[in-house]
Design a binder for this molecule. Structure first.
Ligand SMILES: Cc1cc2nc3c(=O)[nH]c(=O)nc-3n(C[C@H](O)[C@H](O)[C@H](O)COP(=O)(O)OP(=O)(O)OC[C@H]3O[C@@H](n4cnc5c(N)ncnc54)[C@H](O)[C@@H]3O)c2cc1C
Length: 443
């Protein structure tokens, strides 16, 4: 069956960027059709922020933008000013959802509201704007004629004719959420170039695998450093450092610090990198050595392990002593200067092993994607194909943990929806919008 949507906008992908794009286009009175492969919208949003959804990052957009790599930050400038963190929070509060900002700037819905409610709010906006939503509608191909978009083909065999298409099909991590890199295949076939895909915000798998009993152990406020490993096995150049929490898993490391260094590790040869942790990043080496000396003098009969236990979780006390080659039962009075230095060295730079793998499919985002120089940052319009707009993670954008990636999806989605609607304005008719409003779903 062929559906004529030549007087409207078609959006592929009902995730963060696609929902905002569709809403924005429809709000400008242009008939808008949203095609989503899964049987519901926003599947990735549902698992974001551990189900709590870190919707955005607080602060001036200039500061939010500055957390991206320079070329990404430049590209994001127009869209970040066009649709800000406050604009998105307003969309939530218009539907009664309150948010709060954590001390680190991350914005979340106020509990009991969570990621599910964020998706419900967006669905309510889509319905109000009259967006037609077609679920379980997997696009398989984009058709072009004479250098411009002419339609899309669905897995069902249906064809939708359109001259204005927004691709918001996301990346390729967590493929069960619907993101299997489809957008990249079509866009490459249409002449776009891809920056090589790499894991970002992903866990690190280590060699050797950590002992099973460490799995689930967490460190609060530590500093994780990723380093290159030299050919002679000595630690080399630092690749990246990240301060925050760290979590051991059965395969290696996760938590904000591991995710924070993962992109730089994935960009080198991961197996030639290693990670080390500073357990007390706020205390210089000398100060810690002094504190340990004072402690052993003040409590000569007390076990040094008592002191270490105040710094590391129980399950890691013995491994710290083993790494420092110090007897775990040693009493303060018997701790020699060299042993003390080795303990402090371990606390300030404990080598956790070599990175075996950074799994792309387990990343919160994928770095790489459509090269930014082929897309107009003021409109998200493709500079390769007429009538084509790109937004969200299909683009070569990957921000840090903290609400930055959803912000990039909201902002680029908004600009794409606005520009696509402008292109179609004139051919749109308001009765279509009213009909869409009355029945916002079909298929
Ligand atoms: C575990 C996890 C936690 C995260 N937590 C946070 C967080 O707290 N804060 C934050 O800022 N970011 C977070 N992120 C990142 C954030 O979710 C993404 O950056 C964001 O969802 C990207 O938006 P998008 O619209 O480009 O892609 P997506 O939201 O992934 O949407 C793409 C949509 O396109 C659909 N689609 C794909 N192919 C087709 C096709 N062929 N036909 C039709 N539809 C198709 C998919 O089914 C999907 O619904 C997290 C990511 C993960 C995986």
């Amino acid at each position: 069956m062929t559906t004529d949507w030549t007087r409207g906008v078609v959006v592929v992908g009902g995730g963060a960027a696609g929902m905002i794009a569709a809403h924005t286009a429809a709000m400008r009175g242009v008939p808008t059709l949203l095609l989503e492969k899964k049987n519901r919208l926003g599947t990735k949003i549902l698992i974001s922020g551990g189900g709590k959804c870190n919707v955005a990052h607080a602060g001036p957009m200039e500061e939010v933008r500055a957390r991206f790599r320079p070329n990404e930050a430049r590209f994001l400038q127009p869209s970040f000013y066009r649709f800000t963190n406050d604009d998105f929070i307003r969309m939530l509060s218009n539907k009664g959802m309150e948010t709060y900002t954590r001390p680190d700037g991350r914005i979340f819905p106020v509990a009991p509201a969570d990621a599910k409610d964020v998706v419900s709010v967006l669905e309510a906006h889509l319905s109000e704007a009259g967006v037609r939503i077609r679920l379980e509608a997997a696009v398989t191909e984009i058709e072009t004629t004479g250098g411009g978009v002419s339609g899309v083909l669905l897995a069902s065999g249906d064809r939708i004719e359109t001259r204005c298409l927004i691709v918001a099909a996301g990346g390729s991590s967590y493929p069960a959420t619907g993101t299997t890199g489809d957008g990249w295949r079509w866009l490459e076939a249409l002449g776009h170039h891809l920056v090589p895909l790499r894991a970002a915000l992903a866990p690190l798998y280590l060699e050797p695998t950590p002992p099973a009993e460490w799995s689930g152990v967490a460190l609060r406020d530590c500093l994780l450093r990723a380093r290159r490993i030299n050919a002679d096995n000595t630690p080399g150049k630092e690749l990246m450092r990240w301060r925050g929490d760290l979590l051991w898993t059965h395969k290696g490391l996760s938590g904000p610090t591991a995710l924070g260094v993962s992109r730089e590790v994935a960009e080198t040869i991961p197996e030639q990198s290693g990670v080390e942790v500073d357990l007390l990043p706020g205390e210089p080496f000398e100060a810690l050595r002094e504190r340990l000396l004072e402690q052993t003098k003040a409590f000569p009969r007390r076990s040094v392990a008592d002191f270490i236990e105040q710094i590391v979780p129980n399950r890691l006390v013995k491994p710290v002593f083993d790494t420092a080659q110090v007897e775990p039962t040693v009493k303060g009075a018997y701790l020699g200067a060299k042993e003390r230095s080795r303990l402090v060295q371990t606390l300030k730079g404990w080598s956790l092993g070599r990175v075996r793998h950074v799994p792309l499919e387990r990343g919160e985002v994928v770095a790489g994607g459509v090269t930014l120089s082929e897309v107009d940052p003021r409109t998200m319009r493709s500079q390769r194909v007429r009538g084509l707009y790109l937004c969200g993670e299909v683009l070569d954008i990957a921000g840090p943990v903290g609400g930055y990636n959803l912000q990039a999806a909201w902002s680029t989605g908004f600009v794409a929806g606005e520009a696509a609607a402008k292109e179609q304005e004139g051919s749109a008719s308001s009765p279509d919008k009213t009909a869409g409003f009355a029945s916002s779903r079909f298929g």
